[in-house]
Design a protein around this ligand. Sequence first.
Ligand SMILES: Nc1ncnc2c1ncn2[C@@H]1O[C@H](COP(=O)(O)OP(=O)(O)OP(=O)(O)O)[C@@H](O)[C@H]1O
Length: 533
Amino acid sequence: MQDWSWMEHLTVPILIFERGQLARWNQAAHDAWPFLEQGFAWDDFRSSWTGDWIVHLHPWSNGESFLVECHPDLTRPVAERLQEMREAYEELELIFSEAFDEVFVTDGKGITIRVNRAAERLYGLRQEDLIGRSVFDLERQGVFYPSVIGLALKLRRQVTVLQTTSDGTQLWATANPVFDSSGEIRLVISTAKEISDIVRPDAAMPEPMRREADGDDQPPNMVAHSPGMRRVFHIAKRVARTDISCLLLGETGVGKSTLAEWIHRISPRQHGPFVQVNCAALPDSLLESELFGYESGAFTGALKSGKPGKVELANGGTLFLDEIAEVPLHLQGKLLDFVERRVLTRIGGTRVHKVDARIIAATNRDLKQMVRDGRFRADLYYRLTGVEIEIPPLRKRKEDIPEIVQQLLRQVISEFETKVRRVHPAVIRRLEQYSWPGNVRELEHLIRRLVILSDGDCILLSDLRDEWIDEVPPSEASSSEGPLAQLAQLERALYADAASRLRTTYEIAEALGVSQSTVVRKLKKYGLSIKRM
Ligand SMILES: Nc1ncnc2c1ncn2[C@@H]1O[C@H](COP(=O)(O)OP(=O)(O)OP(=O)(O)O)[C@@H](O)[C@H]1O
């Protein structure tokens, strides 16, 4: 009689098959497969065993019986676990490398261990150029300053600083030291974000919501950080509620037309037309018919049906008389008549047309002085100036410049394809120093030009090389009211006056005793154009 008791000492399942049928098994086999008791043929067993087990066969000498020894296959779960860990690691790697914010990791001595792709973008160096280098060396070389990790190592605590990179980009950086069980710093992990990427909560809102939140406090396309501009909008908003005539004063390109349109848009007349007439754009003979219209056959070349003027077209809305100072004296009387009585007769007509329009006028001239000189009717001046709003020149509200630049950049990017995404802070500083005779319009043209001509994703100081703005000596730039700035203003006034009186750049050149090319350059510099062609 064979003794099978040894089988019970084994913790791996053992099965004995005799002539193809299961004859014996141990407890471990019973635990693994309780159904064995119901009998089992070798063929069934063979077809049902799984890859979870490694099976050894020990044949008996009679050739008809054998012992089956089953070992759990431990390699498979280990392989599966390894695969899971590999996938998790790859995912972490991806998160680390593709995070938009910079992640920079050093050991406890400040030697760089890992950096992500954002670091390459911010510092302009490849990962392999950063790994293995000390943050203190990188700080000395100006790759960034100060080193937030260096500070965290010195202070042995979390630190947040404003870090500047070699190209002047400002980063909001935080470094966090990680300590080991003996209290030594094992790693320092820092994360950093470009300041220009941090948007104010209201800027993140969708446009309609933002407008609602702004409550029409200022036109959506106009920047007003400076106290001067905030005051302008404050007054304009009050004026908008009324029907009072309003005179907008300010140098060329400060935003008079834009403000006039906004006043209309938030006024009770917002559903009526906004009609703009540039009184300087037409010769006197045409300006009258443009403003007041004409009846059929009023003059040769007139339309048979006659034509309403811009004043009539503004019925129910707002009439914006831009460059009001350019209205010739003989027309000022007719305009006064309309402003006082809100009625007009077309050229060649007798019928009186009643027009209900709010009047906003604008000029970059000293209208009061023109009244004193007898070049502008005092009664018209007083009728037009129910309220006078003076928009300050850009050089007197430099705090608006950075945001205007950002706004213009966003606008240009949305208009055409360009790689440019930002303007170097050093460029902004230079723009803040300039005196901007052509005001916001001049700044607008400059940004457009720079975006078009720039090759990279950032407008750099070197891109200003071909701009006259680069010629401004720092002494002049730092004091816009210094003698050089005053000289520039004087020169601008000279050219503005000539441009309003003369018809070509050649005539101006002759009058001022300079070359025609100088005239072209100066007109461009001061954002001026010849009004009467
Ligand atoms: N505060 C501002 N913020 C942003 N953009 C502005 C601002 N003011 C003006 N602009 C922009 O500057 C440009 C010139 O403005 P606008 O035509 O209103 O000036 P203006 O004073 O009427 O000029 P002009 O005297 O030559 O008629 C416009 O494109 C306008 O959108």
